[in-house]
Write a protein that binds this ligand. Sequence first.
Ligand code: NDP
Ligand code: MG
Ligand code: MG
Length: 329
Amino acid sequence: MIYDKDADLEKLRGKTVAIIGYGSQGHAHALNLRDSGVDVVVGLRPESSSRAEAEREGLRVLPVADAAREGDVVMILIPDERQAEVWEREIREGIAPGNLLLFAHGFSIHYGQIEPSSDVDVGMVAPKGPGHLVRRQFQEGKGVPGLAAVHQDATGQARELVLAYAKGIGCTRAGVIETTFREETETDLFGEQAVLCGGLTELVRAGFETLVKAGYDPRLAYFECLHELKLIVDLMYEGGITGMRHSISNTAEYGDLTRGKRVIGEPSRRAMKEILAEIQSGEFAREWIAENRAGGENFQRLREEGKRHQIEQVGRELRAMMPWIANRG
Ligand code: NDP
Ligand code: MG
Ligand code: MG
């Protein structure tokens, strides 16, 4: 584990860091680095709606190509599926020999969508949390843990610079694990597909649907299967599964121990293995790239279908009565 004492912010002194994109991760990296005393420039397309917001924070905003040219360190924080085209059109040319090209996720490099020339350093700093938490935790003196990797070390300085960057955004406060682009990409995709996003949303909806179809009040089903999740996840976050089980009733714990494996049994574990294999073989990446080339129609349709599910409607109404919950629905 790499902590604050193992990384030296001085390595970034005299260098300009260009942050391409000002979305979830972009705004957090730009603002945290600036607060760490680093010289930052933000690269955005002229029509970007984030431009005013970045300028209000006192950040210097340039067109993407100009920012990429000015940066000694260039961090690409636009959506993974847009990176290759923007790289070809606006970034590649501005990356001089000896510059450090950075990513927050290994997709573009690992699956060969971006192929930087051999005379530049290529690294990764991937915070293990959403951008808004990366910013908020930093402001509270805390940090989100992260992963760091070096794909290509042309200067012999790549590792130290990557770690300095991780320190600048606050990750080394919580701990940084050194890894490879392959390991980060494959575990990240697996985690979001099988557990954090795909697995979880289907688990919640399946539970909700089971109760509603059996005639129970949908509001009750919502509280039981979605709302209460936060409480359970907070307990697991603080004390692991054992800590969570310590807090729930004995009845809940006995039900957990004897029923959980029936819900997530052999078929689910088999599906997880298949999903991992599709990630490792590049099949998922090819599908996602093809989906975007085709205009993303299927993606949009699935998104809209998800929004129309009954649990979304019920949840919106219930959350409106709990104004202390930031309602992003
Ligand atoms: P966002 O979707 O939040 O990024 C949006 C930003 O990208 C906006 O500033 C947008 O500008 C800009 N952008 C989009 N398309 C273009 C384009 N064609 N040209 C120029 N700018 C463009 O991205 P995330 O922060 O979610 O993800 C960035 C990277 O971080 C990804 O590699 C992702 O995997 C990784 N990551 C993300 C995490 C997260 O919490 N979301 C967690 C860990 C890693 P405009 O205002 O003009 O639309
Ligand atoms: Mg991801
Ligand atoms: Mg209960």
